[in-house]
Write a protein that binds this ligand. Structure first.
Ligand code: G4P
Length: 536
């Protein structure tokens, strides 16, 4: 038991949220570098060679593609902690996947471009974190370029996000004049070495405070003056770091750095090791009772938060990503899949490093495991050592954009249905089948997703399709305590009703008035914007 508790306590499962181009990929790479490059952390053992290859391949993929990290989970050890970094797909557009990934983390790092401040996507992702009170550390990146004034950045974070900000470091200069940072937590000066080639920065200069004469050897008098002024204003205007405030999601410690120059990354990692929360209890329902599953609970349990298809183009497999909510998982163990009532043997659980896979031997609450399957696992599904747990809080969002889809070859209609069903199960889109006629309606939260879907249906299922505009504003899941009432609304509005892939009825609203009227007409029916996917 003690071992289980210790293993849980040293886990840090987190994601990076940012706007494209702020430096998420670069920071990810540098976090891995400081964490001894990519490796399968302690508990999850892989063969040595596989590890090394994984590292270099991942870097290669990164370089070649020049896009955000494609792997879903990266695990590394640092300072006695095991970090699980979950990727939030970082394209200009984003999908439910991104939202759901944030349901599987215990904290987040928000990367901000020092010249741009809070940008649109950062804000959206932040709001998702806030809904779940996910604690956030902020990394203000690209200090080696012309940046905004330090106070202006802090003020923007505070105002835009309504968060207390507490600088953990204080930058000295910016752009070409950027000299490094003063570590306000440990009282040391960390000089910038212009070395993007991978040499890790040397230790900082330990001092007694910003007025320590030792600083005169490394900074000129103007810089020292600016530092003294800045640090004293920071102490006056910003609250000191407060662990509870951070853990509750009301305060963010702010680190300044330059990921490209390996600068500020170690301090951020130290901050995560020291303060980021270990796995939190997960909200669940047992029978009819709401409860929480403690990570230290002995029996293994976990929930699927993401499905990825065809990671290996040669095999049409799917991987279900399960976050362990409790217990000590071992390869080969049997887990009950509650929705189907079947026992699944974990023959081949995996951990993913970009394109490479390594077999997970064992893992603990907070870790993520990839489970290869042929479509029997779905988002929201629970796997447990026998207990009848349903995890809550894994949301499905009402799509904001709806289009109909048809195959260019009408003979392929049936195949298309199958493809759409699989994509819906994977969580790539919402798919609704009208109860009248044979139309499929596809709903997404970002416009780019239609193109991505068309491309996937064509390449993965060999069905060329066209998406067409439909006169629909939104789709709402229907729910009612009284089954007769639910039946009534479905029967009386068949033209506006469809079913999702779980056969839950949805109302297809043409416009706001249409939706309002239906809500008025059927009091007692809920028109839900989000539903929780409960895998039982
Ligand atoms: P993203 O994943 O958030 O989209 O950002 P990414 O890390 O890909 O970084 C976006 C661009 O910003 C990259 O330049 C990257 O090199 C640069 N960058 C990241 N961190 C820093 C930093 O601390 N300082 C400076 N000056 N630049 C930084 P790029 O030209 O788009 O790509 P590349 O050719 O340099 O790879």
């Amino acid at each position: 038991m003690a071992v289980l508790q210790d293993e849980v306590a040293r886990r840090r499962t987190f994601a990076i949220i940012s706007h494209p181009d702020a430096g998420k990929t670069t920071l990810t790479e540098k976090l891995l570098l400081f964490g001894g490059a990519i490796q399968l952390a302690g508990a999850v053992k892989a063969k040595g060679d596989a590890r090394r290859n994984a590292t270099s391949d991942w870097m290669k993929v990164e370089r070649e593609r020049g896009i955000s990290v494609t792997s879903s989970v990266m695990t590394y050890d640092y300072s006695g902690c095991t970090f699980n970094l979950l990727d939030t797909p970082g394209h200009g557009d984003f999908s439910e996947d991104t939202y759901r990934t944030l349901t599987a983390v215990d904290s987040a790092v928000m990367v901000i471009d020092a010249a741009k401040g809070i940008e649109a996507q950062t804000l959206k992702l932040f709001e998702v974190c806030r809904l779940r009170d996910v604690p956030i550390m902020t990394f203000v990146n690209k200090m080696d370029r012309e940046a905004r004034e330090t106070f202006e950045i802090l003020d923007e974070i505070e105002q835009t996000l309504a968060l207390d900000v507490s600088p953990a470091s204080w930058p000295i200069g910016m752009g070409r004049q950027f000299k490094g940072c003063y570590d306000l937590i440990n009282d040391q000066f960390i000089p910038l070495h212009n070395d993007a080639k991978g040499e890790l920065p040397r230790d900082g200069l330990k001092v007694t405070g910003v007025d320590d004469p030792a600083l005169q050897d490394v900074l000129d008098s103007t810089e020292i003056e600016a530092l003294e002024e800045g640090a004293s204003m920071a102490t006056e205007l910003c609250p000191p770091f407060d662990l509870q405030g951070y853990r509750e999601g009301t305060l963010t410690p702010v680190y300044f750095g330059s990921a490209l120059n390996n600068f500020g990354v170690r301090e951020l990692l130290n901050g995560l090791a020291a303060s980021a929360p270990s796995p939190r209890p997960q909200a669940a329902v047992i029978g009819d009772d709401a409860t929480e599953i403690a990570p230290e609970a002995k029996k293994v349990s976990g929930f699927v938060f993401k499905i990825q298809a065809n990671m290996d183009p040669k095999h049409r497999d799917r991987i279900a990503f399960m976050r362990l909510a409790s217990g000590h998982f071992k390869k080969g163990m049997k887990l009950s899949h509650l929705r189907s009532g079947k026992q699944l043997t974990m023959h081949n659980p995996q951990l993913f490093l970009a394109q490479d896979r390594a077999t997970a031997e064992e893992a603990y609450a907070g870790d993520i495991i990839g489970i290869p399957n042929h479509g029997n696992l779905r988002i929201g599904d629970a796997l447990t050592e026998g207990e009848n747990i349903a995890f809550t809080g894994i949301p499905s969002f009402a799509p904001e954009l709806l289009q109909s889809v048809r195959p260019t070859d009408p003979m392929k209609a049936k195949h298309l249905g199958k493809a759409l069903f699989q994509l819906a199960e994977e969580g790539a889109a919402r798919v609704f089948k009208r109860v009248i006629g044979s139309d499929w309606i596809v709903g997404v939260v970002g416009a780019l997703q239609f193109e991505v879907l068309a491309d996937r249906i064509r390449t993965e299922y060999e069905i060329p399709v066209t998406f067409e505009q439909v006169n629909l504003m939104t789709a709402r899941w229907l729910q009612a305590d009284d089954p007769a009432l639910l039946k009534k609304i479905v029967e009386e509005n068949r033209g506006d009703i469809a079913e999702d892939h779980n056969e839950i009825p949805v109302f297809l609203a043409r416009n706001a008035w249409h939706l309002d009227r239906a809500q008025d007409d059927y009091k007692g029916v809920s028109f839900l914007k989000t539903i929780e996917q409960v895998g039982t």
